[in-house]
Write a protein that binds this ligand. Sequence first.
Ligand code: 5GP
Ligand code: MG
Length: 177
Amino acid sequence: IPKAIILSSDEMRRALTRIAHEIVERNRGAENLAIIGVHTRGIPLAERLAAKLSELEGVEVPQGRLDITLYRDDLSEVARQPIIRETQVPFDLAHRRVILVDDVLFTGRTVRSALDALIDLGRPEGIQLAVLIDRGHRELPIRADYVGKNLPTAKHEIVKVKLQETDGIDIVELYEM
Ligand code: 5GP
Ligand code: MG
């Protein structure tokens, strides 16, 4: 049973709409943007943002995806290592501003790996980070440029992000681990 509902489907839709507006405002349009989702739920979120951006600005924003899995050693928290499994970025990053999209930002380790992967692919003009939920507990000097909701959590809590595309429903809930 969830302890709390963090975002309803309407709240999620409004947060993503707001983020799309913030992206357009900060970048003065959507030309030269690219949007890259981090598996699993960053991908449908990236698709939704790209759709909103083209609705707002009338341009197609190229989309890519990164599959980065946090390998969690059974014995220790310290051994949590992000592993890049797949990179699908079928366009040139040079001269583009990349919006990296993930569902939850926690320690920052996944984003750090994503930055490495993106920089290896080419030389983007810049990289910005959009997340639906920032749950705190950063272990690296990484922050999001666009945040759906800041949610201070305890380490033993977990945030469940459910999306239509992956779970048949849009909702964010807080659970006790
Ligand atoms: P980090 O690498 O910042 O520690 O964790 C972020 C990655 O792990 C994201 O890709 C995110 O999907 C996942 N993650 C970390 N904590 C949570 C959480 O509480 N809920 C969900 N849904 N995903 C999380
Ligand atoms: Mg993830």
